[in-house]
Design a protein around this ligand. Structure first.
Ligand code: FNR
Length: 380
């Protein structure tokens, strides 16, 4: 199949990945209501078609946190990407760099900060989870600084992990020991292309950034147990002072869905926030990002840079998020599917598709500059 859209990469990913990995990317928590709402609410935002506006020259460039971007899009943090493509984080970071979009490296990445930096990609963003061992966190932040990371994305919507039924059903979670391992192995044998390219030649598969504290544990089962044991559920807004002390660059708080929390984020001195429900992977039943965004942008958009993610599957969706009040948009599954379905070239292609789709959407809504996209391009 020749991919023409993000949805095609989802299908390619489904065909290429072992079942448990595809389900891990594709799924959400509990009944997946919020996951579905993220996509459906965004799709339901109607655009206002305008004509005869001289849209012969469309400018997608924008500035975020003092950085010039080719378009108002960044690759958001996705854990375990090195299992979707061979050294997946490095491949995705290269594709993002070529497209002029920031790449965000997850704390839970396969490739460590040093490996991505050594691959010669330009400044990337680093995503952080608050881990109980603050000494370890200080070291991690120092590594990110030394690697030239240009922003810190601090994810706050995972103090405890939400249950994802699909992971249990696929054998990724809750299947310890030999039985679980054999089940996943069986699913891997059914995907020989992946087994050779990523399974064998993409090793090591350990979590590079947290390897020092994983104490030799490497299995996927250990990974989930480690999250439960080590993510700091006692974290509050006061802990931002710790981050400020350890990080002097821009701080972006990811996972805000409520106006009161957005006001706290603005008061906390953070530089940005991401309106996000973790792609419908945490609190099922929460608002979609598209539904939460307008009130947050209205309340704090003049004090703090508001970004958004969740359900973005096209350049049209990017334009919708901007019209709802965000200044930039993070891609999640869109790039994970592309990496799994087409490697680094797939990620590059998805970024080209998104860019072209933004351009057309801007032309047909009659705006020539990103800064001119606002609620007035929405119909009804
Ligand atoms: C994520 N997300 C995520 N967020 C984060 O801050 N750190 C992480 O390590 C991960 N890992 C991760 C893995 C996978 C497979 C998915 C699908 C998501 C959440 C991610 O950054 C983003 O918020 C959502 O993916 C956005 O929703 P869409 O675009 O995927 O619908």
């Amino acid at each position: 199949m020749k991919a023409a859209a993000v949805s095609d990469y989802r299908e390619l990913a489904r065909r290429r990945l072992p079942h448990f990995l595809f389900e891990y990317i594709d799924g959400g928590s509990y009944a997946e209501a919020t996951l579905r709402r993220n996509v459906a609410d965004l799709e339901a935002i109607t655009l206002r078609q305008r004509v005869l506006k001289d849209v012969s020259s469309i400018d997608l460039s924008t500035q975020l946190f003092g950085q010039s971007l080719a378009m108002p899009v960044a690759l958001g943090p996705i854990g375990l990407a090195g299992l979707y493509g061979r050294r997946g984080e490095v491949q995705a970071a290269r594709a993002a760099q070529a497209a002029g979009a920031p790449f965000t490296l997850s704390t839970m990445a396969v490739c460590a900060i040093d490996e991505v930096a050594a691959a010669g990609v330009g400044p990337f963003w680093f995503q952080l989870y608050m881990i109980r061992d603050r000494g370890f966190m200080r070291d991690l932040l120092a590594k990110a600084k030394a690697a030239g990371c240009s922003a810190l994305v601090f994810t706050v919507d995972l103090p405890v992990p939400g249950a994802r039924y699909r992971d249990v059903r696929s054998g990724l979670a809750g299947a310890p020991g030999l039985a679980g391992g054999l089940r996943r192995f069986g699913q891997t044998l059914a995907r020989p292309g992946w087994a050779w390219d990523v399974g064998l030649n993409g090793r090591p598969h350990s979590l590079g950034n947290v390897a020092p504290v994983l104490a030799g544990q490497t299995g996927l089962e250990d990974f989930f147990a480690w999250i439960r044991d080590n993510f700091d559920a006692a974290t509050t807004w006061r802990d931002l002072a710790f981050l400020r002390g350890a990080w002097d660059g821009p701080i972006i708080i990811k996972g805000v869905l409520d106006v009161e929390d957005a006001r706290e984020a603005a008061r906390s001195g953070a530089d940005g926030l991401v309106v996000s429900n973790h792609g419908g992977r945490q609190l099922d039943g929460a608002l979609s990002s598209a539904a939460a965004l307008p009130a947050i942008a209205q309340a704090v958009g003049d004090q703090i840079t508001v970004l958004a993610d969740g359900g973005v599957r096209s350049g049209l969706d990017v334009v919708r998020m901007l019209a709802l009040g965000s200044k930039g948009v993070l891609l999640g599954r869109a790039w994970a599917y592309a990496l799994a379905g087409g490697g680094g070239a797939g990620v590059a292609h998805v970024l080209q598709l998104i860019e072209a789709e933004i351009q057309v959407a801007m032309a047909l809504t009659g705006v020539a500059r990103v800064g001119d996209i606002g609620p007035d391009i929405l119909a009804g």
